[in-house]
Design a protein around this ligand. Sequence first.
Ligand code: SF4
Length: 340
Amino acid sequence: MKIVIHGLLFDEVAAAVRELGAPAFRAKQLWHWLYVQRAAAWDAMKNLPADLRQKLAEKFELEAVRQLEITGVEGETRKILAGLRDGECVEEVLLPSGDRRTVCISSQVGCKFACAFCASGQAGFRRNLSAGEIVGEVLLAAAAWNDRPGNLVFMGVGEPLDNYDEVLRAIRILNHAEGLAIGARRMTLSTCGVIPGIQRLANEGLQIELSVSLHAPDDATRAQLMPVNRRYPLAEVLAVCRAYAEKTKRLITFEYTLVRGVNDSAAQAGELVRLLAPLPARVNLIPLSPVEGYAGEPSAPETARQFIRALERAGLNATLRDSQGSRLKAACGQLRIRHL
Ligand code: SF4
């Protein structure tokens, strides 16, 4: 298969253009076509000489990701099922809000981590996405909006820190000031708590927001919901989050899905407050949405309200996600599963 052009950093595009015998300024023109004009065909790149366009077409793939299906209506939350060259597919979600356009993208085809209430985890792992495919997801969103997204969240299918190198490469391509120019501060990476990845990310010199799925304030409950806790226990995850916040000067968001009788008691709210007190933290409480294969039930609305009040009384910044948001998260991966 040809090399995916969208997986190359700017310097690599420049080197490729040089190798094809073209002068250096052609690299800037090409980059502009890729990320500002977002050209869908080599022939559309009118200010590049025809022989360079032909050489590029012979060597590089321009369309690594194709839209197979789009749900919903313009102006509202929509999902795209994105097809890959080997027949696999992933999901992404377009989240418009006023002038703000956020795209939620996948980082892997499937996931190894098997969190209890996640459809993607239940369907198993197939492979990592390449940087070119990750960038391709963002370009599909830009095509659907006819404009670039200003915000990016790695919260779709997969654990981004389990595909570290390709995710970071994609971030650097998407962040390039003369391309899509999505600011690092406008990117959020959601993780189940992969400690070595958080440590590496802290040292990249990027102020990416980290969102960590916590879901329980003790190891036993967390391990029941998230098997990854056996490898990366709670105290160690929180210590590394603290170091991340100190280094990047960013708040950390902790995701906490409320499950009736499992993690929603007053004592657990108190324990969560104790754990997060030393951190610059924000808590995102999520009402559980039903997922096939998981028997847990959402907390009663009054229990959820008491839980959030306990956090707020202790001075924690906490929000209770609306049901639309939680439905969306729970359904993450289900479009792909239906397609398969
Ligand atoms: S919640 Fe994230 S890490 Fe857990 S199984 Fe689903 S995709 Fe994987």
